[in-house]
Design a protein around this ligand. Structure first.
Ligand code: PAF
Length: 283
């Protein structure tokens, strides 16, 4: 596996790896890799000849009171894991290589980024869209893979790629990979490691309560009281706050108060022991 920390080095490696017309997949990450990330890499392996993974803890997507400093950084361990998966290229830029002095541009994707996590974390998706657009332009992959756990993030990135006519990758080549879950159903996340043993056990209420809510909605029960029950169940299990529990159109993320004839998602963000967990499931 080649590793690049500077843009010119990255570009030379990409050129060498694709010199005979090989296709290239990019898996963007912030590191602290778990099985969810490795599933993205394995999916990439099925779809492209070469795999590049980026590891960059992107400061512009963290709010002033969020966990930028505490976010786990373990480049050596991550690098070993990626090597074991047969990744060809690791792009791990420093902050000043990504955002040199004088950097002044931001990509803002209206509407789809405004509700849910966008409303709770002002500027978060501007930071995500900007860094992902840069990663796409730096690596110029044929395809890029993202976990569906961050469903709104995926919707924002696809919208950006469509709106800006990106070609490497094209919006249709931005691939969402189903959420990987722990044995008790909790969605894998680098932030799960912040949870105490007690909170980790209680956190499994989140996917369980979501499944129950989906079963009730499919059973014809009203949406808003069902969402209220879901919130109450989480608070009763030890979550200190539910940022949102909502039914939404799966693509536009428009919030829905009743079931409709279209693809829908149940989206939840809730905090336990100071850790914010998000999850989503098809309804
Ligand atoms: O999902 C993540 O890990 C990050 O938001 C991403 C897409 C790598 C952008 O920093």
């Amino acid at each position: 596996m080649q590793t690049a920390a500077e843009l010119d080095v990255l570009r030379n490696h990409v050129k060498d790896l694709t010199a005979s017309g090989e296709t290239l997949a990019l898996v963007p990450t912030m590191g602290a890799l778990h099985d969810g990330h490795l599933t993205l890499v394995r999916e990439a392996r099925k779809r492209a000849d070469r795999i590049a993974v980026s590891i960059f803890v992107n400061p512009t997507q963290f709010g002033p009171n969020e966990d930028l400093d505490a976010y786990p950084r373990q480049l050596e361990e991550d690098s070993r894991l990626l090597e074991g998966e047969g990744v060809d290229l690791l792009w791990a830029p420093r902050v000043d290589a990504m955002y040199p002095a004088g950097f002044a541009s931001t990509i803002r994707v209206a509407e789809v980024s405004e509700g849910f996590c966008g409303a709770q974390r002002p500027g978060h998706f501007d930071g995500v869209a900007t860094v992902v657009c840069k990663l796409f332009n730096q690596v110029r992959p044929d395809i890029a893979l993202f976990g569906e756990k961050d469903w709104q993030q995926l919707a924002v990135i696809r919208r950006m790629a469509r709106d800006l006519d990106l070609s490497r990758p094209h919006a249709d080549d931005i691939i969402g990979v189903p959420t990987v879950r722990e044995a008790d159903g909790l969605a894998m996340s680098s932030r799960n490691r912040y949870l105490s043993q007690e909170n980790r056990a209680a956190a499994a209420t989140l996917p369980r309560a979501m499944q129950e809510a989906i079963a009730r909605i499919r059973d014809g029960q009203e949406v808003l009281p069902t969402l209220q029950m879901l919130e109450d169940e989480l608070l009763g299990a030890g979550f200190e706050r539910v940022d949102y529990a909502a039914l939404a159109d799966a693509e536009s993320l428009q919030e829905l108060e009743a079931v409709q004839e279209r693809a829908m998602k149940l989206l939840v963000a809730a905090r336990i022991g100071g850790t914010r967990l998000i999850d989503n499931m098809a309804v």
